[in-house]
Design a protein around this ligand. Sequence first.
Ligand SMILES: Cc1cc2nc3c(=O)[nH]c(=O)nc-3n(C[C@H](O)[C@H](O)[C@H](O)COP(=O)(O)OP(=O)(O)OC[C@H]3O[C@@H](n4cnc5c(N)ncnc54)[C@H](O)[C@@H]3O)c2cc1C
Length: 796
Amino acid sequence: MPSFACGFKIIIAGGGIAGLTLAIALEKFNIDYVLLEAYKEIAPPVGASIGLFPNGLLLLDQLGLYEAIRDLVPRDYYGLSHGYPMLFFDRQWLLQLLYDHIQHKDRVLLQKQVLNIESGPSGVIVKTKDGSTYHGDMIVGADGIHSAVRNEMFRIVAERQPDYLQPLEQETVPAYYQCNFGIAKDVAGWEKGANVFTTGYGRSFLVASGPGNRVFWFLFVKLPETKYGKEIPKYTKEDEAAFIKEHATAQITEDITLGDVYAKRISSTLTPLHEVVFKKWFFQRIVLLGDSVHKPNPLSGQGGNGAIETVAELVNALLAKQRSRAQGLENLSTEDIVSVFQQVQDARHKRAEYLVSEVHTQQALLANEKPWLSTILLRVLGPLGGDKNTFSSVGERLVGTSYLHNLPVPRRPRLIPYDFELPEKPVASTRAKWTRAAFVAGMGLVIWSTGKAFRLPIDEVGDWGGIGPMTVNLLGQNRANEFLKVVTSVITYPLLDANLETRTQLVYFLSQLISPILMYTIEGYRAGNAGTPLALPMLFNAGMQVQGIGRIAPLHALLSAVFGFEGSGGRFVKPEVAKALIPALSLGYILPTVMMFIPTKNTHSWQTWAALWQFAPPLVTALTGIISSVLGRRQRRAKIAASKGTKEETEDALLMERYEEKDTPILQSVYDYAFYVQALAHIGTFAYAYAHPEISPMKLLFGVPNIFKKDWALGSLPSKLSVFFKFDMIYALTGIVSHNLYAIWDLRRSGYITTPRAVKAAMGVLVGQFVVGSGATWAGLWRWRESVLSGAVIRA
Ligand SMILES: Cc1cc2nc3c(=O)[nH]c(=O)nc-3n(C[C@H](O)[C@H](O)[C@H](O)COP(=O)(O)OP(=O)(O)OC[C@H]3O[C@@H](n4cnc5c(N)ncnc54)[C@H](O)[C@@H]3O)c2cc1C
C-alpha cells in the first residue's frame, strides 16, 4: 500500500451531500482522502430542492459553512426554537457551496464511477469505470440509494462471511410511495413564505416557499402495491407525464392545484421512495453512510440532514481512535477500523430507525391510510394540541442530533437545547409513553372515584349556614341567582359552624387554593400550552367552584400530562402576564376570601361577600387577562415606536423577547409571594391546632368514611358538608402532589435534570407537604422548575 502524508487515506465514493460534507470535515482534521464521483459535474442542475433543518445546520455551522448558507436564503422559519431556521433552497446550490469550501479540489475526482472493491488486511483497492485504480485504508460508500459500494460489500460478505448479514436484504428494501417533486416560480396565488401540508386519500402534498419566488412542491402518492428491491420501478419522463395528468386537479390550497404549479415549473421529477435502514453498515474496511444505508421518506426532510449526522459520527469515531493510539491513524488494523465503524453504527442506528419509522407513520396519517386514525389524530386531537403538536414532532427529530465532538458548538441563541447539551440523557420515548399512560390512567381513576366520595346534600342547602335565610341578590331574581344561593350556602355552613375544628379546616383549605388558582392561570399563558385545553384557565378556576377542586386538580394534572408544554421551548410567559399575577391574585382571591371571614352584624353584606367569593378564582383569571392586556399593549406600542426597523423586524424583535427571559424573575417573585402566604397559613393553622387541644390535625384533614360504603349515616347537614370538604381537600391534595411528582419526572424524562436531582426534588415535595403545606410546596417547586427550564435556554 502506498503511504500518504498522514499515513492514512480514506476513499469516498460519491460526491453528494454526505460525501462532500465528509471531505470538508476530514480536511478540518488533516485526514487524507480522495473523493470519487461518478457524474461529470459535482452540482448538476437536476432541479431538486433541499430542506436543511437545525440538526444538519448545526453540524454545517461547526464546519464554518452556516453564514454562507444563510446568504443563499434570506428569511427563516421557526429559527427561534433550535437556534437554526429551516431553510429550503435548490439542492444544486448546496452541492456547489460544499464543493466551494473544499480546500483540496485536486482530491475530488469526477467521472469516476466506482465499480469494484477489493478489501485486504491492510487496505482497499477501488476500481472505477474508466479503468483507474485507487488505494486507501478504507472506503466510505456515500453513493446513494443505488450504492455500488453496498453491492460490493454484500458480494464480499457472501464470499467471506455469509452469515454476517442477510444476503437478500437489498431485495427486501420497500417502496410504499412515489413522489413527484419539482421547483416552480411565480405561481399565481401562492402566498409568499407559506409552507403547506395537504392531506388526501392515498396522497399528500408538502409545498414550501423558497427564495426568488420559488415554490418547491412534493406530491406523495401511495403505490397500488408495495414494491421491493429490484421490483422498484425507475420512472421515465412518459411515466411522469401520465402521473401529472392523473393528479393535475389535486388541490394544494383552495385556489391552487398541482396543474397550476406544474405549469410554472422550472423542473420536475417522478421517483419511487425507498424507505430503509440496513442492519449492518460496514464490513471490514468498507462503511456506508447517507442514502446508501439509511433512507427515510423525504416528507421529514431528514435524508440529507441525517446523512450529515452520520458523517459527524464517523469523524468522531476516527478522531477518538486517532487519540487513543500513539501512531494516530497510521497502520490501522482491520479490527481497529471495524471498531471505528461499530462506534458509528452504535451512535446512529437507533436514531436512523426512529427517523425512518416516524416519518413513515406521519406519511400514512397524512395520506389517510387509516382514515379513522387520521381523523382522530389530525382533525380531533391535532387542533387541540395547537402549535405544540405541529412542531413537537419536528422538534423531537432534531434534539437527538449528533455533533462533531472535536469542534466547538457555536452559541446560536436557542430556546431548546440539543440532547447532548443536557445534564442527563432523555428517557427512551417508549418508557416515557408508558409512564404517561399510567399517570393518565391513575388520574382518571381518581376523578372517577370522586363520583363516589362527593356526596353533596345539595337538596338540603340553600340557607345562611342553617341559621337564617339567604338574601343574596347579586344576579337578580332568576335561576342563576338561586343557583348562586345554593353554592354560597354550601360554604356558609363551615364558615358559621360553632365547631372550631370545622372553621379552622375551612381557613386552611381556602388558603391552600392560592397555588392551584395561580398555577392554572400561569399554565394557561405558557407559550407552549397555546391552543391546548390548558390555555383555558377560566375553565379550571371556574370549574373548581362548581365541581370542587378535588375533581379539578386531578383533571388538570391529567391534561397537563397529555397536552402540557415540553421542555424549555414552551416555558415562556409574557412578562406583562407575570406582572399582572400578584395584583390579580390579591384583588381577585385574597381580598374576597379575607372579607368573607370577617364577621359583620350586617348579614346581607356578609352574605354578599360569601356570594362574591364564589367568583373569586375565575376573577383572578379575568383580572390577569385585563391587567396584562393593558400592560402589553402599552409595551408593544413603546417597542414599535422605538424600533427603526421594518414591521417584520419589529415582529422578530418582539419574538426575541423569549430569549431575554424577562418573565422568569417576575414569575419567581410571584411564586415567592404564593409560597410565603400559604406557608404562613399552613404553619399558623398547625400552631393554632397545637394550642387548641380540641382540634385534632389528623381529624382536621383526614377523618373521612369509606367511599365504597353505601350509607355513611352522618346525620346532620354540617357533618355531611364537613365530610364533603375533607374529601374535596384530600382529592385536591392527591391531584396536586401527583401533578408535582409528574412534573419532576417530566424534567428528568426530557433530560433537564439528573436522576439524583429528581429524587431530591420528589423528596422535597413529600416533606414539603408537612413542613409548609401543599400550596407553598407547589409554589416552591414551580419556582425551581422555572429556573431549571429557563437555565437551559442558550443565549448569545
Ligand atoms: C423528493 C426528495 C426530497 C428530499 N428532500 C430532502 C430535504 O428536504 N432534506 C433532506 O435532508 N433530504 C431530503 N431528501 C433526501 C436527500 O436528498 C438524500 O437523503 C441525500 O441526498 C442523501 O445524500 P447522499 O450523499 O447520501 O446520496 P446522494 O445525494 O444520492 O449522492 C450520491 C452521490 O454518489 C454518486 N454516485 C452514485 N453511484 C456512484 C458510484 N458508483 N461511484 C461514484 N459515485 C457514485 C452520485 O452521482 C451522487 O453524486 C429528499 C429526497 C427526495 C427523493
